[in-house]
Design a protein around this ligand. Structure first.
Ligand code: 6PG
Length: 236
């Protein structure tokens, strides 16, 4: 496991953009599962402003680690956020974008998206293996849309599952920890003082750290990198 700590979100995002550019230059194609929420916004702006012409976007096949069950036009849609800030700014084939269809019925979409991953992502030991899984972490220690009450999804024997934000009750589709931990490169991007306590507890195995899904992200054979800013890592 590698820790990479940066002055602020912008510097962290720039470092991950460089990581992604390097991986895409080293490979004919890459499958990447994106995280949602607010942290990736700085990254997507940097990618669309500074890597628009240096990354061969046709090599990148984008999926999501999770999505809110809302239409793609909804303000809370992870797809909408990514489309507004990145896909609408770079030339990427439509067929390279594999969105979770938040407008669909939840159980059907869990099954449909699982099949889409199975058909488009290479597998390792019979389980899909993304080249890169990008993750955020909530202040409650959730990651993707695996929240503490659903911690069993870390080892679920399915590709995707239904998740629930316990605060809002919002339903989600999420990839399981089984798929996350089967990736070649798992990269957390975590910023802000609000995450510092959980980062401390997870890294120093303190308090209820085992109750946090993010604490159970340990790639089987792949690389785990924690990209953090000073604020998020301030208690380490
Ligand atoms: C989502 C995300 C989720 C997110 C964390 C951190 O759909 O909300 O995938 O797992 O990464 O909640 O969110 P912030 O980046 O907004 O702090």
């Amino acid at each position: 496991m590698t820790r990479r700590i940066f002055d602020d979100n912008e510097a962290m995002a720039r470092a991950f953009a460089e990581f992604l550019a390097k991986k895409s230059s080293e490979n004919e194609s890459l499958t990447i599962a994106l995280s949602g929420g607010s942290t990736p916004k700085a990254l997507f702006k940097i990618l669309s402003n500074d890597y628009k012409d240096t990354i061969d976007w046709s090599k990148l096949h984008f999926f999501w680690g999770d999505e809110r069950m809302v239409p793609p036009s909804h303000e809370e849609s992870n797809f909408k956020m990514t489309d507004d800030l990145l896909f609408s700014q770079v030339s990427i084939p439509e067929s390279n974008i594999h969105r979770i269809k938040g407008e669909n019925e939840l159980v059907e979409e869990v099954s449909r998206y699982g099949k889409e991953i199975e058909e488009n992502v290479g597998s390792q030991n019979g389980t899909p293996s993304f080249d890169i899984v990008m993750l955020g972490m909530g202040a409650d220690g959730h990651t993707a849309s695996i929240f503490p009450p659903d911690i069993d999804l870390i080892n679920a024997n399915t590709i995707c599952a239904a998740g629930t934000n316990p605060e809002s009750g919002q339903r989600r589709v999420t990839i399981t920890g089984t798929v996350i931990n089967n990736a070649k490169h798992v990269c957390f991007l975590v910023t802000g003082a609000g995450k510092a306590e959980k980062i401390d507890e997870i890294f120093n195995q303190k308090a209820d750290y085992l109750a946090y899904p993010a604490a159970h992200i340990k790639p089987n054979a792949g690389e785990l990198i924690w990209f953090m800013d000073e604020s998020a890592s301030s208690k380490l």
